[in-house]
Design a protein. Structure first.
Length: 254
């Protein structure tokens, strides 16, 4: 993925990694459209960051995705990068189905069906562009499970395999598939995570991501150094130790 000269739509980017990434891309000469559910946050972004376009979208609602796609393409027919960023993370206790089932369904709807529906809404347009990229967002937890968040781990593993499969299917087309694999980052994804000293500072994470994109435009996976401990445990042969270390440090562990 080239680091400049793109038109990028990032649904789910009103805060956290999504917003930080949107602003970093904007600073490097890209046209950026931010999508989100909350109109007040979109208005705030538009005021504080002139030049960043905003579109209301609920990525759990197929009708909202279809309407937003139509709006984005009408305003930005040169769109060539889609970053389905929206995601939720929930602590779940699977000893009691009444305590986790609704949460699990919500996580799968947001984290798996959301990106699938977004890609479906834009794929024909992207294939018609001379150079296009789909940037999926998985997690280090796609490769090493955090005990407290089963559905989140599974959803991100699904996104990893979806990314691998789409890359195979879209080989030979103008559409590249790039997978972003964050470690724990200081955002509000979980309560207390923004203040967790063990999580990576958001500005450091985005700066390292941008450096990787600049230096490796043909990369298939974007992995900051901190995520490699989780990403490659099985390949290194120390998977069990990585799982134990991750869960020993988990403030949400049970």
């Amino acid at each position: 993925m080239n680091i400049t000269g793109n038109t990028v739509f990032i649904p789910g980017a009103t805060s956290g990694i999504g917003l930080a990434l949107a602003l970093a891309l904007r600073q490097r000469g890209n046209t950026v459209i931010v999508g989100g559910r909350r109109a007040e946050l979109l208005e705030k972004i538009a005021i504080e960051h002139p030049g960043v376009d905003t579109v209301r979208i609920d990525t759990t609602d197929p009708a909202s995705i279809a309407a937003a796609a139509k709006e984005v393409l009408a305003r930005h027919p040169e769109l060539n990068v889609l970053v389905p960023m929206a995601g939720i993370m929930r602590v779940e206790d699977w000893h009691r189905p009444e305590s986790f089932l609704a949460s699990a369904e919500s996580v799968v709807t947001t984290n798996v069906l959301g990106p699938i529906r977004l890609i479906a809404a834009f794929i024909e347009h992207l294939r018609a562009r001379p150079d296009a990229t789909i940037v999926t967002v998985s997690s280090g937890l796609a490769f090493t499970p955090l005990k407290a968040t089963p559905s989140y781990n599974a959803s991100k593993a699904a996104i990893h395999m979806l990314s691998e499969s789409l890359r195979l299917q879209l080989a030979g087309t103008s559409v590249k598939v790039l997978e972003l694999e964050p470690p724990s980052v200081r955002t509000d994804l979980l309560p207390g995570q923004a203040g967790n000293d063990d999580a990576m500072p958001l500005d450091e994470f985005v700066a390292e991501v941008m450096t990787i994109l600049e230096n490796r435009p043909d990369a298939k996976e974007v992995q900051v150094e901190r995520v490699k401990f989780l990403r490659y445990g099985e390949a290194r042969g120390d998977y069990e130790q990585v799982v134990a270390a991750l869960n020993a440090a988990d403030p949400h562990g049970r």
